[in-house]
Ligand binder design. Structure first.
Ligand SMILES: C[S@@+](CC[C@H](N)C(=O)[O-])C[C@H]1O[C@@H](n2cnc3c(N)ncnc32)[C@H](O)[C@@H]1O
Length: 213
């Protein structure tokens, strides 16, 4: 993602009530399922999810304050009665995810239009790589799922080679999500999905399920 630094965004995210700054702030035992999105960008997907599913707790994770601040500003601008109570954010690099979420605490993880890191020497930075998936395996509950969407064919083909090594089974995959009428009924668009599908790009998606360790 092209990143424009937004002055004041670091301080704004530090003070924001939408953001968990410390692992101890993440509530446990709420009785609600916990779904997280890693690399949420400006947050359209996770905000729309929080509105659609008020009985699920959502946490959006993003590395950059300048991007996350678009989401917190959008939420701040809502009247109090419309502010979602089931949505928070964490600003962090996903490589540190095991410091934030206990083992077996997450029901579902979304990876949407993850950065492709096309050079082979950067393959370990790709979020659907086996190295990251092993971290995600630890925090997911047994049977927990990861949904991954992208318009990048190389990244998708790479992802299809990785999940088995990290202890996941394939539940669903498509090379043209927007032609799958059944899957589209529950599809919530991301910013990148809208932009790239409008250009005529096909959207690829898989769902993988955690095998018992
Ligand atoms: C290409 S954008 C996609 C944004 C959004 N998910 C969408 O589909 O519109 C990828 C986002 O993931 C974030 N990101 C990439 N690697 C990350 C990591 N290791 N930890 C947290 N966020 C990351 C980037 O900063 C960027 O905002």
């Amino acid at each position: 993602m092209r990143l424009r630094h937004i002055p004041g965004s670091v301080e704004e995210i530090e003070k924001s009530g939408w953001v968990y700054h410390d692992p101890d702030e993440i509530p446990s035992g709420t009785g609600h399922p916990l779904y997280i999105e890693i690399g949420m960008g400006k947050g359209r997907f996770i905000i729309d999810n929080a509105f659609s599913y008020p009985d699920i707790d959502f946490i959006g994770i993003e590395m950059y304050e300048s991007v996350m601040v678009k989401a917190t500003r959008r939420l701040d601008a809502l009247p109090d009665s419309e502010k979602p109570k089931n949505l928070h954010f964490i600003r962090m690099d996903a490589k540190d995810i095991n410091d934030y979420f206990p083992e077996g605490s997450v029901d579902r993880i979304y990876l949407n239009f993850s950065d492709p890191w096309p050079k082979t020497r950067h393959a370990h930075r790709r979020l659907p790589s086996a190295g990251f998936l092993k971290r995600f395996h630890r925090i997911l509950k047994d049977g927990g799922e990861i949904e991954f969407k992208t318009d990048n064919r190389e990244l998708f083909d790479f992802a299809l080679e990785e999940y088995d090594k990290a202890g996941f089974d394939l539940v669903y995959s498509t090379y043209d999500l927007h032609s799958d009428i059944e899957a589209m009924k529950a599809n919530i668009m991301t910013e990148y999905e809208e932009k790239f599908s409008a250009k005529g790009n096909k959207i690829y998606k898989y769902t993988i399920r955690r095998r018992s360790a």
